[in-house]
Design a binder for this molecule. Structure first.
Ligand SMILES: Cc1cc2nc3c(=O)[nH]c(=O)nc-3n(C[C@H](O)[C@H](O)[C@H](O)COP(=O)(O)OP(=O)(O)OC[C@H]3O[C@@H](n4cnc5c(N)ncnc54)[C@H](O)[C@@H]3O)c2cc1C
Length: 471
């Protein structure tokens, strides 16, 4: 007799584990299957994504501050050294604590974990196959697919796990690369490039498009490129990688510019960060008759996360939308609450995104390019951090806040922040946009002084009244 559950979740990433916990809190019997080795819960995000990358970004930022910025604050440090092994171990400890925390939450809320590969077995059945080949069959009232995504591999630049790698290996380089070549100018490449640049690597980014951060606001992306160039990044835009040759501990990346100019970059590590694709291999979609988009591989769902098979749903990176952890986990909550008969709603227009380079980048809503495309009149309010007391006090004056509004109604259409702690500042804008607020709503909220959030208030004041006070 198979074990029976109201809900069987396949994949214990931020989408899957959140859905499992929420459904269990709402009275459902829940199983959650995870195939990652070492019985590690938390998915890409906790194990090889958001958390380890941010742990290294925070450590490397402290190192960079110590080496380059403390002297300006009048702090003398005798000899600064890098203990990379300790830095990597701290990152691993952070991951271990957090993944262990999920196991604790499963216990607390009575979610039953199964460790092995989950597969749709037809009807309401799911099988779990462990590494040693043991198969367990589960029966589910409802099945949730939350199997996430994998790094895309380029056919002419195959991963070798050492010299040509994905983001996973770039989180564990045992020594600082001499020259790291990053293929792809998206957020993962720039974040991991920042880690190793701060620790002493030369970093070159090769990007096929004429700009980095393809989906960010254009003005922000241009400014980011300038700031990263000042930090030592080298950019090759409009440049297509055509292949690579590996020597003894070296890789030569061959590329060609749009103008036909050939480029050969020699480095010791190549990080390929050209995007991610949904992970559905071996999941048995064909057995269950679940439809996926033939081009993107994403599982097709309706607005309630239901696939074409009524008792199978999907959330997170394997369905449409931004591949972000908080998008996956919000979908998990909404899915579970809908399963329990509640009527929650997720507003995809107000999902923020953050790039944890320095200074940080955050955004919510439409870019100026997207607003322009609608043809409707709009306003832009911009305020530089250099004009705020707190940024001056911190000696972090780079960047600005940009608020884009509907010219007729003052409703906020998008906010883009480049600056210190932009990751935290965006939350206020998300909340106001969620309530369909205006720039005047933000401007009339009192912002503590002196804080970086004053720049958000002033950019909003600029958008609705044409004039900030402090600039
Ligand atoms: C380097 C890096 C940095 C990132 N930084 C950020 C960030 O700062 N902020 C952010 O929002 N997002 C970030 N992301 C993206 C984020 O990690 C993903 O969007 C998020 O993890 C998606 O969640 P998910 O639950 O859909 O899938 P995942 O987190 O990928 O989890 C899916 C899980 O399902 C398991 N699985 C797959 N198939 C099966 C199967 N058949 N049986 C059992 N288990 C299976 C996998 O092992 C995996 O553990 C980053 C990603 C990377 C790679």
């Amino acid at each position: 007799m198979p074990d029976k559950f109201d809900l069987v979740v396949i994949g214990a990433g931020p989408g899957g584990y959140t859905a499992a916990i929420r459904a269990a809190q709402l009275g459902k019997t829940v199983a959650c299957i995870e195939k990652r080795s070492g019985k590690a819960l938390g998915g890409t995000c906790l194990n090889v994504g958001c958390i380890p990358s941010k742990a290294l970004l925070d450590s490397s930022e402290l190192y960079d501050v110590t080496v380059h910025k403390l002297a300006r604050h009048g702090i003398k440090v005798d000899k600064v050294g890098l203990d990379l092994a300790t830095m990597l171990k701290r990152k691993d400890d952070v991951v271990k604590t957090l993944t262990g925390g999920i196991a604790g939450l499963f216990k607390k809320y009575k979610v039953t974990p199964f460790y092995g590969a989950g597969k749709l077995a037809g009807g309401n059945k799911v099988t779990v196959t462990t590494d040693d080949g043991k198969v367990t069959e589960l029966e589910a009232g409802h099945i949730l697919l939350a199997t996430g995504s994998d790094s895309i591999e380029l056919p002419f630049l195959k991963y070798d796990g050492t010299n040509i790698v994905s983001s996973t290996e770039a989180l564990t380089f045992p020594e600082v690369p001499k020259h790291l070549i990053v293929v792809g100018g998206g957020y993962i490449g720039l974040e991991l490039g920042s880690v190793w640049r701060r620790l002493g690597a030369k970093v070159s980014v090769v990007e096929f498009l004429p700009r980095i951060l393809a989906i960010a606001d254009g003005e922000v992306a241009t400014q980011v490129q300038k700031l990263l160039t000042k930090q030592g990044f080298e950019f090759h835009l409009n440049t297509k990688v055509t292949g690579a040759t590996t020597g003894r501990g070296t890789v030569t990346v061959n590329a060609e510019g749009k103008d036909g100019q050939k480029l050969a970059l020699e480095g010791d590590r190549v990080l390929v960060a050209v995007g991610r694709r949904p992970h559905t291999a071996g999941l048995g979609l064909d057995i269950a008759g679940v439809e996926a988009d033939p081009k993107s591989g994403k599982v097709k769902v309706d607005t309630h996360f239901r696939t074409n098979v009524s008792y199978i749903s999907a959330i997170g990176d394997i369905i449409d939308g931004p591949m972000l952890a908080h998008k996956a986990s919000e979908e998990g909550v909404v899915f579970a609450e809908q399963l329990a008969g509640m009527k929650p709603h997720l507003n995809y227009d107000t999902i923020p995104s953050v790039i944890y380079i320095w200074p940080e980048v955050s955004s919510v809503g439409k870019t100026e390019e997207q607003v322009k495309e609608t043809g409707k009149p709009y306003k832009v309010g911009k305020f530089p951090f250099a004009a705020t007391g707190r940024a001056r006090a911190m000696d972090e004056i780079d960047g600005f806040v940009k608020v884009i509004t509907d010219a007729a109604t003052d409703r906020i259409l998008g906010v883009h922040i480049l600056g210190a702690r932009a990751s935290e500042l965006i939350a206020e804008c998300v909340a106001v946009m969620e309530y369909h607020g205006s720039a005047e709503d933000i401007a009339r909220c009192t912002h503590s002084h002196p804080t970086l959030s004053e720049a958000v208030g002033e950019a909003a004041r600029m958008a609705y009244s044409g004039l900030p006070i402090n600039f």
